[in-house]
Design a protein around this ligand. Structure first.
Ligand code: FAD
Length: 265
C-alpha cells in the first residue's frame, strides 16, 4: 500500500474541500471496500478524508413519506434501528445480512452506494425503492445514479450526505449469498409502492438493474404465483467459479418469488 495523508475534517464542507485540494483524494467511510482495493494496489489515493464519523452524515429519521438515512450510518445501525424496522423492515433485514458483524459495524450506506460493487445489496434496495441519493451539491434519483460496474453518477469529489427512501406499501429483499463473503450471488429487491411495482437485481455481474419482465408480471398480480412461467434470460450475466450465467438467471426467479412471499404475496 502506498503512503497517503489522512484527514479528519470536522464537517462535510471541510471534507469536500480536502478532497478537492488533494492530488487524488478519496473519502473514507468504513474502509470495508476501499482499504481492500488499496491493499490490492488497485487504488493509490494520495489523501484519505474520513467521513464516516461526521455527525451531519449520521442518523435515521422519517421525514414526511420518506425514510432518510445519513450516508455515514453503518449497516449495523440500519439493521438495528427501530425507525427502519417500522417504516421499511425489508431494508433492515437487508442490512442485517451484509457481510459479517465487523463489516456491518464499520461499513456505511454511503460507502456501499458510492463503491457500487456489482454484488452489493444496498444498490438493489436504492434502485427498487426509487431512492434519491443526496450529495453535497444535488439530489440524484437512483434510476440515474447507478451506471454499471463500479460506476455511478458521482463526480470524483462529490460527497453523499444522505439517502431518501420513499416508504413503500410493501418491500422485501431476498439474496442467495456467497457462503464466505455473504455478497450476493444473486439478490432481488421487490417493492410495491407509489411508483408501482419495481424489481431490482444485483449480483449477476454487470451492476444493478431493474427487470422489466418481473415488474410487468407482478404489476398484474402481486403474488409469487404471478411469476410462474416468467423466464429470466441469462444474456450478459456472469459465469464464474461461483455460478454459471444460467444458474444466476434461475436464481433471479427464485429470489424474486421469495421476496414477494416475504411481502405476504
Ligand atoms: C468480508 C466482506 C464482506 C462483505 N460482504 C458484503 C455483503 O454481503 N453485501 C454488501 O453489500 N457488501 C458487502 N461488503 C462490502 C461492505 O458493505 C462495505 O461496507 C461497503 O461496500 C463500502 O462501505 P464503506 O463505508 O466501508 O466504504 P469505503 O470502503 O470507506 O469506501 C468505498 C468507496 O466509497 C467512497 N465513499 C465512502 N463514503 C462516501 C461518501 N459518503 N460519499 C461519496 N463517496 C464515499 C470511497 O471513497 C470509496 O471509493 C463486504 C465487505 C467485506 C470486506
Amino acid at each position: 500500500m502506498n503512503d497517503f495523508s489522512f484527514h479528519t475534517p470536522q464537517d462535510a464542507a471541510a471534507a469536500v474541500a480536502a478532497v478537492k485540494k488533494a492530488t487524488e483524494g478519496k473519502y473514507l467511510g468504513g474502509g470495508q471496500s476501499l482499504l481492500p482495493v488499496m491493499k490490492l494496489g488497485l487504488a493509490a489515493p494520495t489523501d484519505l478524508v474520513s467521513v464516516g464519523r461526521l455527525a451531519a452524515l449520521r442518523g435515521i429519521k422519517v421525514e414526511g413519506k420518506d425514510l432518510v438515512i445519513g450516508a455515514g450510518t453503518t449497516h449495523a445501525e440500519v439493521a438495528e434501528s427501530a425507525e427502519v424496522r417500522k417504516a421499511l423492515p425489508g431494508l433492515a433485514d437487508l442490512a442485517a445480512h451484509i457481510g459479517d458483524a465487523q463489516v456491518r459495524n464499520r461499513g456505511t450506506l454511503g460507502g456501499s452506494l458510492a463503491h457500487d460493487d456489482p454484488s452489493a445489496d444496498y444498490p438493489a434496495a436504492a434502485l427498487a425503492l426509487g431512492a434519491t441519493i443526496v450529495t453535497d451539491r444535488r439530489s440524484i434519483p437512483a434510476d440515474q445514479f447507478f451506471q454499471g460496474l463500479y460506476q455511478t453518477a458521482l463526480a470524483a469529489d462529490e460527497l453523499i450526505t444522505a439517502v431518501r427512501f420513499p416508504i413503500p406499501e410493501k418491500a422485501a429483499y431476498a439474496k442467495f449469498a456467497h457462503p464466505a463473503s455473504k455478497f450476493a450471488l444473486v439478490g432481488v429487491m421487490v417493492v410495491k409502492g407509489a411508483g408501482g411495482v419495481r424489481v431490482a437485481v444485483t449480483g449477476t455481474g454487470n451492476g444493478v438493474f431493474r427487470d422489466a419482465g418481473l415488474e410487468k408480471a407482478l404489476s398484474g398480480k402481486f403474488a409469487a404465483s404471478a411469476l410462474d412461467g416468467v423466464a429470466v434470460k441469462a444474456d450478459g450475466f456472469a459465469s464464474d467459479g461461483f455460478a454459471s450465467a444460467e444458474y444466476r438467471a434461475h436464481l433471479v426467479g427464485v429470489m424474486a418469488r421469495r421476496a414477494v412471499a416475504a411481502c405476504g404475496g
